[in-house]
Design a protein around this ligand. Structure first.
Ligand SMILES: O=C(O)C1=C[C@@H](OP(=O)(O)O)[C@@H](O)[C@H](O)C1
Ligand SMILES: C=C(OP(=O)(O)O)C(=O)O
Length: 493
């Protein structure tokens, strides 16, 4: 049986003086698993030494932004997104765009976006209060992707497009007020059609009041939603934020020529013009590169592993930086820049974790630079001899699962001693870990972290519902097999 994600085992006190933000924790029943299991036969790497190169899919965040750029006023009628991530989270945006008359076709990893198509209405879900949906208003469903929903709300609230934005049962429990409240301050008419602060949200009128808004969270999606609204409306807006989280929206809009200035703690848009280019290039996803890199480090044998053309935006490199600072041999080479203003290069890893005792994250910007890699970092930390701490992570409670709890539950299923303490995770090192059946809690990041840890442990591990990795990394198993893993999907379930 899967351990409960809600069990809290304090194994170490939080660091002194750490204030825990008061945020309302999401509680809801997870839907029954639909995904197949992942089966991992762990132990030594299937391949020995030698240089290996693997490529990982395009960055999920940049893909979302590149697609939504096509909805900005003045964007070309036909545009191309190259090397897009084609996982479920990015695909979630396509039917919503179709309902707005924007057709997206995929060939390999290239998306062609046409703004002039006939709108294709999406089927509606049941109304959360049992009432009826407002008539003649496009209904846009973004499934489980909060980036898709939040960024879309921003673009709609900037371009003055009336629509309803909805999501699946899990997304209907994730906070939308982080973004909706600042948009309302800027004059947008937005209303919650179900629970306050949650989807579905009706976007009824555009932002039109210039000014400064203050965000209460570090969420890059919230900041991006406000910036996209401001730029779509040509409205001068300053966004103050407490944490510098991923800045892909700022880089992309600046690459379009929009007048943006970023200082410590704020980003300001001057209301001036911009040009959306006909082609946007997406670099490979550093959050996905982290899995083969971790597998290589956990195996600890073999030669160099190279992952080319990865987004080297510093707001995304926390996982690699924390391990580098702790002694792992990780390097960045072949540096360049994409047309969307993103630094790119090859991540090179050699050797294992022998010189690494423990890892520590206790800075909010660093946490945000590895926010999606926390389950993987905790899994790696469980193999180290020392005690590790991953703090400043309160926002993880608002992901598709409460990822502080589900990360602890997953790592504990391997026999590790790990607990949620305040706003973080304390991982005791030096425990003997064992293969077995472990939960993924329907969460792609938990599934991939579990499967990666299992690769280095002798014996068979079954990651329940682990095939949910398709949300962000459809070819996860193929890539990990190239690094030496024995991992496959159990299609017999
Ligand atoms: O801006 C984005 O594309 C994302 C920002 C992060 O979420 P938050 O903005 O909620 O922190 C991250 O966890 C998510 O996978 C993608
Ligand atoms: C949290 C994630 O995405 P989102 O917030 O967009 O659902 C993720 O991909 O790990």
């Amino acid at each position: 049986m899967c351990p409960s994600p809600n069990t809290t085992v304090p194994v170490a006190p939080p660091p002194p003086g750490r204030g825990v933000p008061v945020l309302e924790i999401q509680e809801f029943a997870m839907p029954a698993t639909a995904a197949a299991d992942l089966v991992v036969d762990g132990g030594r790497a299937r391949r020995g030494s030698g240089r290996i190169e693997v490529t990982v899919p395009g960055d999920k965040s940049v893909s979302h932004r590149a697609l939504l750029a096509a909805l900005l006023p003045g964007a070309p009628a036909v545009s191309t997104v190259r090397n897009a991530n084609l996982g479920g989270a990015v695909r979630a945006l396509l039917p919503a765009m179709a309902a707005l008359g924007v057709e997206v076709t995929a060939q390999d990893r290239t998306l062609t976006v046409r703004r002039t198509a006939t709108p294709v209405p999406q089927p509606t879900r049941s109304h959360p209060t049992g009432g009826g949906w407002p008539r003649d208003i496009p209904y846009l469903q973004t499934e489980g992707s909060s980036a898709a929903a939040r960024l879309l709300i921003g673009v709609l609230a900037g371009s003055g497009t009336t629509a309803i934005v909805d999501g699946d049962d899990v997304l209907r429990h994730r906070p939308m007020d982080w973004l909706v409240e600042p948009l309302v301050e800027l004059g947008a008419r937005l209303s919650y059609l179900g629970a306050p602060g949650r989807l579905p949200v009706l976007v009824g009128g555009p932002v039109h009041r210039p000014g400064t808004v203050e965000l209460c969270v570090g969420s890059a999606q919230a900041r991006s939603g406000v910036l996209l609204a401001a730029v779509a409306a040509g409205l001068p807006v300053t966004v103050r934020h407490s944490v510098r989280s991923r800045d892909h929206t700022e880089r992309m809009l600046a690459a379009f020529g929009a007048g943006l200035t970023a200082d410590d703690g704020q980003v300001a848009y001057d209301g001036g013009p911009y040009t959306v280019p006909p082609v946007i290039e997406v670099p490979a996803d550093p959050s996905l590169a982290a899995y083969p890199v971790a597998a290589r480090l956990l195996y600890g044998t073999g030669g160099e592993l190279r992952v080319p053309y990865v987004c080297l935006n510093p707001t995304r490199l926390g996982f690699f930086e924390v391990l580098r600072a702790a002694g792992a041999d990780i390097d960045y080479q072949d540096r360049g820049t994409t047309s969307a203003g993103e630094p790119v290069g090859t991540i090179v890893v050699d050797g294992g974790l022998d010189s690494v005792r423990a890892v520590r994250v206790d800075d909010p910007a660093l946490l945000h630079a590895l926010i999606d890699e926390v389950p993987l970092l905790a899994a790696v930390a469980a193999t180290l001899p020392g005690d590790s701490w991953i703090g400043c992570a309160e926002e993880l409670r608002f992901k598709e699962t409460d990822r502080l709890a589900t990360t602890a539950g997953m790592v504990r299923a391997f026999g590790a001693t790990v607990g949620t303490v305040g706003d973080g995770l304390a991982v005791h090192g030096g425990t003997v870990l064992r293969a077995g059946r472990v939960p993924a809690f329907e969460d792609h990041r938990i599934a991939m972290a579990a499967a990666t840890l299992a690769m280095s442990l002798p014996g068979r591990t079954t990651v329940s519902g682990g095939a949910c990795h398709r949300t962000s990394f459809p070819d996860f198993a193929e890539v990990q097999r190239a690094v030496g893993a024995r991992v496959c999907e159990d299609t017999d379930r």
